[in-house]
Ligand binder design. Sequence first.
Ligand code: MIC
Length: 654
Amino acid sequence: MSMNVAQKLIHSHLMEGVMTPGKEIALKIDQTLTQDATGTLVMLELEAMGIIQVKTECSVQYVDHNLIQEDFKNPDDHLFLQSACQKFGVWFSRPGNGVSHPVHMQYFGKPGKTLLGSDSHTCAAGSIGMLAMGAGGLEVAMVMAGYPYFVKMPKIFGIKLTGKLPDWVSAKDIILEVLRRHSVKGGVGCVLEYYGPGLEYLSAMDRHVIANMGAELGATATVFPSDEQVRIFLAEEGRENDWEELVADKDATYDLNDEIDLSTLVPLIARPSSPDNVVPVTEIEGEDIYQAYIGSSANPGYRDFAMSALIVKGKQIAPQISYDISPTSRTILEDLVNEGHLAEMIHAGARIHQAGCNGCIGMGQAPATQANSLRTTPRNFPGRSGTLEDRVFLCSPETATASALTGKITDPRKLGMPYPTVSAVKRHAIDKSMLQSPLSSEQAQKVPLIKGPNIASLPKLSELSQAINLPVLLKVGDNISTDTIMPAGVRVLPYRSNIPKISEFVYDIIDRHYHVRAQAQHNEGGHVIIGGENYGQGSSREHAALAPRYLGLHLVIAKSFARIHLQNLINFGILPLTFCDATDYDKIMMDDYVVIEALHQALDLSSEVNAFVMNKNNDQNVRILLRHDLSKRQIDILKAGGLINWVREQSALK
Ligand code: MIC
């Protein structure tokens, strides 16, 4: 049977199940990636499961999110992570070494391998022919402990690229075009596979830009073939031996199809506050801007920074502009210094930040209230920048830099200068000195975990109750992102290792009193949340499930769920159900009670569950039909009160 690249990757790692879209399969995972904002929980979970040493071919822990050290919390986390890496046999990428995704691609990524990461943008590694997926931390901890990864067999969505990009249009415009066509829900349940003659002109780093933002379409993964461009990339990193060819069979087919002629694309921009709110730059040019932000895992390559430098070379940015440069890795920073580009940007008025995620996740560089911020980052969900009333636009480095020069949203083609050519770096920096290798298992056993006072143990979770009779404490609309459920930013991120404390921020972007109401209801048994379509899109942060669960959330009823968040809810014992008839969404109001009887039996016997909605005064009682698409394994995990309890039960049975 002829196969496309995604099918080949899945087939070679299939441990259980059949490759029928929608059916649960188990995959062998070769590598894992964790970052500090999600990794501290992963390490606590490994500890809670009693794991001695990780069993993957290679697991790497990065410190890239919580770099600001305004007090002890973040540095305590860094030391905890370093000790945990030594204890469990994990590589440690020290603070300052750079953003996980490009650094992983540079030093560890290998065509043909699988990668699971506790970060939704892990899919970026699909740029070099890997099957790379984002997941909740607990899923990653399980894989590190030697379990397979369970996921629904995706549909493979083939996107054929033809033609060549015009001047001033780059990889970011390609993924913005895909988002414009298919929306933030367009990739749910799919692997996006790019193929066709247009690939010839896209470097591995260009492909990283596209693969990274596959997360914004809700896709399970994005896959590119491993071809000559990938060989060139690995050769530049001194790892040509790690290259192997991986391309689709000649007569391979796809479950879904689309085609983009690159030569027809124009500079695009996603308006506030959703990555799929995409229009041509010309449609909104002329609006004043406050900030132009270059960097993040969505435009991480040397080329992206060098392009910005060449555009501003010898010029000055407009007076009101904050031109923020957030280098993605230490080696890119070194290359930019050696090639003289950093000096050009500084001269033009740039503000240079340390290598890491920084403003992308609201860790600094927050924009002024309601002032337009043009960013090369992957997400512009409301408030994610750190400013509640933000106006963040997503665009290419070309568009952001052109706008920094004029002070207004500007189509870069109108700068009236020739399109700069970024030449190859003369002596590319390859430097593993800030990557600490795992210890031998003998040495590892002697390492104590260093836990500062902000690192709290994981809360114990109760089993799923037999019946539900709980009030609705929140009703939200479509496309609620995990940035809304569990905000990021300097206020909140330092509590990623402290669930009791971080739970005080749950949903506070839309309801400051939610956590107080939830706490008050906790002793009464808990509560329910009602959601719209694509509930929980965006980040993989499992805090968006665990913290509400800590506050007593037991059931979410939504029109549909995003993949990673759905599994996170299950992993922390929160039942996710969907409406059989989406119009029933309108029949449930805040403070109504949802009643489900004989719940365990209902889940076991059928994919449909009867529920009653009663208003506060108990004088109105409506029956609604809910459904689930849970596997037996997922139902067992829910009944046990989450994955950690389930693992403990399984080990006790052995
Ligand atoms: C993101 O882009 O939202 C993040 C920061 O990378 C997250 C991880 C996190 O919340 O820490 C992600 O996408 O998973």
